[in-house]
Design a protein around this ligand. Structure first.
Ligand code: NI
Length: 199
């Protein structure tokens, strides 16, 4: 290959690399701005009660990331799976888990007293906090995070709860920075949380 052709080839490669870089940057910044607007409307202040009967608000977790799910202790299947995955995520994060507070908020305050939710969350992870409250306090918290929940009467005076199952990641300032669908792998959760922590 003569030197002129080599220079042209080199210039083409450089142009391609630059174009690819710009495209990647644009996709990335677009994705970030979409992310910001996507979660803007989800989340808000709440006031609840923890397993020790103390009042807890969203501001109580300021300075930490929060991984939050909604459910109820009588949940046969979905909530235990989700809480196990939150616990596995904490373990995968190792030392970085210190910057993350896992939180479980009940949608069934009628049965989930502070004591009941405390006993329940302790089965999954020692750092997991369980939150309950009055029906009104729960409605406010669930409403802020667009959580659907509904009481379903069953035979014999029993009831169960239907509820949505997203996991929410709050940043240190309390805003919602990510939302994960039910069933997201702990490996992926840990990786995405690490990304947010290093952003
Ligand atoms: Ni559940």
């Amino acid at each position: 290959m003569n030197s002129r052709l080599a220079r042209i080839a080199l210039a083409c490669v450089a142009a391609l690399v630059l174009a690819a870089g710009i495209a990647a940057y644009q996709v990335r910044s677009e994705r970030q701005s979409q992310t910001a607007s996507r979660f803007d409307m989800i989340g808000g202040p709440f006031e609840l009660v923890d397993q020790d009967g103390r009042t807890v608000t969203r501001d109580s977790f300021a300075g930490r990331f929060v991984l939050m799910s909604f459910g109820f202790t009588f949940c046969p299947d979905v909530c235990p799976t989700e809480l196990s995955q939150m616990a596995a995520t904490m373990d995968l994060l190792g030392g970085e888990a210190e910057r993350l507070q896992p939180v479980f908020i009940t949608v069934d305050p009628e049965r989930d007293t502070p004591e009941a939710i405390g006993q329940y969350v302790r089965q999954f992870h020692p750092r997991l906090i369980g939150l309950t409250g009055t029906q009104e306090q729960i409605a406010t918290a669930a409403g802020a995070y667009k959580v659907y929940y509904s009481k379903v009467e069953q035979d014999g005076g029993y009831y169960t709860m239907d509820h949505s199952t997203f996991l929410y990641l709050l940043g240190p300032d309390g805003t919602t920075v990510d939302i994960f669908p039910y069933g997201t792998d702990p490996e992926e959760l840990a990786a995405r949380i690490r990304e947010h922590m290093s952003a």
